[in-house]
Design a binder for this molecule. Structure first.
Ligand code: ADP
Length: 509
């Protein structure tokens, strides 16, 4: 997740702004250009129409004015001019004779000089024209129409009808304003529509996606993106989820490997520690074995002599008893210190259990403990060092029989996970949880001095480890302790390292 934070949070324009700049503004520009062209056309048409209005007005009074001119009725001419002046569009109306001299005028302004145009069109022979010009300082549009004699067709004068140029400008300004307003409204509407569309189609989903990523970055590792919205975004969300799942799985695997490694290191350290203690114990046992055998041998010999009084005999028996106890301790030390010396062979789980039971039977009867032995049938076979495994079972059974308050014990076996598990249950007081971690350490005992050596479980642990198995303690459904150990169906052989010398010395004695 640190990867995400390496990217700057804002490294450019937002998608919304890009959308506006890349699509909306070029679109509006195109609309603006089109509108300018349309406006120019409309302006042109409007101007033409307004010019045509004046043209039509001029043509409408052309005949009556010509008629009055023919008959030299100036009053009628003036009247005709007055009548068109009533119209809104008309700013002024003037009549000239054939030479261009003004003979009648109606309007806000009057031309000071006779218009040159009259001379010009007389020369060119046209009978109608229009133009923008300035009359008395005002900009106007004038339309000139020739007044002709009805009988001969001769030009007898000119009629000029004018309109203010500002009329055109005002009209055009109005059109421009309307179009600008329309454009502004349209632009606003388009921008709003684009923003709304962007939010509905993309922005909303992108926001949720980046929210999810921010939550993951803050450490909420279990959060996943919702794969909804447009296809591309839902594909992106799915890809993100797949990536996160893969990362989580990889992290879990790494953690698992780390845990296994730590466990292995711990076991290795423990084994090394036990091996060191074992070597020390074996060394001491080796040195004590011979003198103990000698003491016991001598005591036995003296006991065989005649004439020993009763108290001396008692003392000698005591010496032998203590020597036997010390020999037991020495044997346990030797067991603890040596690696398996015997070869592996195939043996049934039932056979191992029943041999072990036979070895503790007497003690069980003595302590009134009922011992039940049962297991999976046919009993699974194991390739192990049978003497050593029997020793483990004997140590566990003996501990149970000797434990406080035990009246009932069970020894079971069952096969699972490519091996066989043995369970030794009792109904005693069980093992305090504080003691459980130290139980398999050598010399850990809760028994009084002389009662226990604290080596029984350490020896059992060593033997199980040699066979690549495991041993653990927990609460038993019977109410006391339950020792469980598991052995693979076939345990690899260890290099031979037997301490035969000590055993031979004992035998000799
Ligand atoms: P020892 O029996 O000589 O004390 P062990 O290594 O065999 O040495 O046992 C270590 C300790 O484990 C014992 O002192 C005892 O406190 C405890 N223990 C072993 N088995 C049992 C059991 N079945 N119930 C209760 N405590 C037990």
């Amino acid at each position: 997740m640190k990867l995400l934070s390496r990217f700057p949070r804002h490294f450019g324009l937002s998608l919304r702004v890009r959308l506006l700049l890349g699509i909306v503004f070029p679109l509006l520009l195109a609309v603006l250009l089109t509108m300018t062209v349309v406006l120019a056309t409309i302006e042109q048409r409007a101007e033409q129409r307004m010019q045509q209005d004046i043209e039509l007005i001029a043509q409408a009074i052309q005949l009556p004015v010509s008629y009055s001119m023919e008959r030299d009725r100036r009053g009628s001419v003036h009247q005709a001019l007055e009548s068109v002046f009533q119209l809104d569009q008309v700013y002024g109306a003037y009549v000239y004779d054939a030479e261009g001299a003004q003979i009648a005028a109606v309007g806000a302004v009057r031309p000071r000089q006779e218009p040159e145009i009259v001379q010009d069109i007389t020369v060119t022979g046209e009978d109608e024209t229009g133009q923008y010009e300035e009359i008395d300082g005002r900009d106007v549009y004038s339309h000139y129409v020739a007044l002709t004699d009805e009988a001969t067709g001769q030009i007898i004068g000119w009629l000029q009808v004018t309109r203010r140029a500002s009329d055109f400008e005002e009209h055009l300004q109005q059109i421009q304003q309307q179009m600008a307003l329309g454009l502004a409204g349209g632009t606003l509407l388009v921008i709003l529509l684009v923003l709304f569309g962007h939010h509905r189609a993309v922005g909303h989903h992108l926001g949720r996606l980046s929210d999810t990523m921010a939550r993951i970055e803050r450490g909420q590792r279990g959060v996943r993106a919702e794969p909804d919205g447009p296809r591309e975004l839902s594909q992106l969300a799915t890809a993100l989820n797949t990536m996160l799942d893969a990362i989580e799985q990889a992290e879990q695997e790494i953690q698992q490997r780390r845990n296994t490694q730590l466990e292995l290191e711990e076991r290795l350290r423990h084994s090394e520690k036990l091996a060191a203690i074992g070597r020390l114990a074996a060394g001491i046992a080796h040195e004590l074995g011979a003198p103990l055998s000698v003491v016991d041998g001598r005591a036995r010999r003296v006991l065989k002599l005649d004439g020993i009084d009763q108290s001396a005999r008692g003392n000698l028996e005591d010496i032998r008893g203590e020597v036997q106890r010390m020999s037991h301790i020495v044997r346990q030390l030797l067991d603890f210190g040596r690696a398996s010396s015997r070869e592996r062979r195939s043996v049934s789980s039932a056979q191992l259990a029943s041999t072990a039971r036979g070895q503790v039977q007497e003690l069980a009867v003595e302590r009134s403990v009922k011992l039940a032995v049962s297991g999976e049938e046919p009993a699974p076979e194991l390739v192990v060092d049978p003497i050593r495994i029997e020793q483990v079972l004997v140590n566990l059974l003996r501990n149970g029989i000797q434990a406080n308050g035990v009246k009932r014990m069970e020894l079971n076996w069952m096969s699972h996970a490519n091996g066989v598990e043995f369970q030794v249950h009792d109904d005693g007081e069980g093992v305090a949880s504080a003691d459980r971690t130290r139980l398999f350490e050598p010399f850990f005992t809760t028994k009084t001095v002389g009662e226990g050596t604290g080596l029984g479980l350490a020896v059992a642990h060593g033997i199980i480890s040699e066979h690549r198995g495991w041993i653990t303690v927990e609460d038993s459904p019977l109410g006391g302790a339950c020792f469980r150990f598991w052995l693979p169906f076939e345990s690899p052989e260890l290099p031979v390292n037997d301490d035969t010398e000590t055993e031979q010395t004992e035998e000799k004695a």
